[in-house]
Structure formats: C-alpha cells, structure tokens
Ligand binder design. Sequence first.
Ligand SMILES: CC(C)(COP(=O)(O)OP(=O)(O)OC[C@H]1O[C@@H](n2cnc3c(N)ncnc32)[C@H](O)[C@@H]1OP(=O)(O)O)[C@@H](O)C(=O)NCCC(=O)NCCS
Length: 203
Amino acid sequence: MEFPVSPLRLPVLESPRLRLRRLKLEDVPDVFQYNSDPEVVRYLLWTRHTSESETRADLQRVIERYGKTSDLRWGIELKSTGHIIGGCKLACRMEHKRAEVGYVLARPHWGQGYAAEAVREIAHYGFEFLELVRIEALTFAEHVMSGRVLDKCGFQVEGTLRSYELIKGNPTDLKMYSLLRSEFEAQSEKQKQNQMQNLETQR
Ligand SMILES: CC(C)(COP(=O)(O)OP(=O)(O)OC[C@H]1O[C@@H](n2cnc3c(N)ncnc32)[C@H](O)[C@@H]1OP(=O)(O)O)[C@@H](O)C(=O)NCCC(=O)NCCS
C-alpha cells in the first residue's frame, strides 16, 4: 500500500460493535429516523428533515461525492442489527495534514459510548493511513455530551471561538478541540502497555 493513502478513498472501518461504511439509498429510512429528530439536530448545522424525500436527496448528494472529495462521510452501522444508527465525517485538508471530525447518532443509541468508539477508529485511520498531524472538532460551547465524547478520545480544548459561525441564524460560540498525532500515538502505546500488564497479571 502507498502512504499516505489517498484521502479520496473511503475505507470500511470496523470496531468491536460498529462498522463504518458508505451510505446507500437503502439506508434512507434509518437516516431519516435521526435526521427528523429535533433533539438530534439541536447542535447540528442543518434543520430537521420533515420527509424521507429530503433525506433521500441529501444521501444522493453524499453518494455522488464518494471518490471525488476528501470530505469523508461514513454511515455508522450497528453490527448486531445491520442498521445505520448514525453518521460521522472526517473533512480533510491534506495541504495542512489536518482534518475535522464530526458525528451524529440516533437518540435510542445515545449513552453507550458509540460516538467515542467511532471517533477512535476514524482517528486511527486519519493518523495511521492519511498521515494527518492534527484532528480537530468544533462543538457548540454548551454541548456537554459532545465535549465528553472528545475528552474520552483524548482531545484537548483549545478555547472558545466567540460568535464564530451564524448557525440557524444565530451567532454561535464554538469550542475548538484537537488531538495531535503525537498524543494519539502516546495514548495507543499506553493502552498497549496496560493490555500487556493485564495479560501478565492474568497468568
Ligand atoms: C453527542 C453524541 C454524539 C454523543 O454520543 P454518545 O455515543 O451518546 O456519547 P457517550 O455515550 O460517550 O456519552 C457522552 C456523554 O453524554 C451524556 N449522555 C449520554 N446519554 C445521554 C442521554 N440520553 N441524555 C443526557 N445525557 C446523556 C453522558 O454525560 C455521557 O458522558 P459520560 O460517559 O461521562 O457519562 C450524541 O448525543 C448525538 O448524536 N447527539 C446529536 C448530534 C450531535 O450533537 N453531534 C455532535 C455535534 S458536535
């Protein structure tokens, strides 16, 4: 394999409970379920979808862009059911070896650590295969749940960007988080050492 891998390529990524894969038109009902939920879209850039045809048009745009853009978008499939329970993205700026991560989950699947599981997998792909040096995330300053996901993945808060974007017509404060490759590698090394220690104590 040539390194870095082309940022136009969207690989299937697997974690213990999730499969991150291309979205398909067959996924419209699953995607509509969360995109039509006002609680889910509260801290997102788009307003809630009111019909499946809106979701279909949106997915069609995503599907047409596969292979043409380094704005990578995966559906999050729950392996145990085969259903799409959310989505995530890695929007790459390869000239800076930097990318922005984003994620959304259907409400029945909140609180089970799925977002962090997906972000860890994407971060591994970004640092290891795309050779990124930085992955960042922007969240509404008051969005505690999203902040927890990033904390758990080892991201650091860099600060609050005041009235940074007009979101749904309102100037919105956004928190900037980031994770550097060196930090991710140190975390992975520590995890490996802990696993080795656990194996030793089990013997
Ligand atoms: C933000 C989001 C992705 C979190 O994903 P998740 O997989 O549920 O995250 P976690 O299970 O790690 O939970 C994160 C925190 O949220 C809180 N939380 C979880 N489920 C909750 C629920 N049903 N109600 C209120 N708080 C909840 C907990 O405090 C948890 O922190 P803890 O693990 O320290 O207890 C998910 O809530 C979501 O999709 N929200 C809508 C889309 C969105 O806002 N995306 C982020 C844009 S920046």
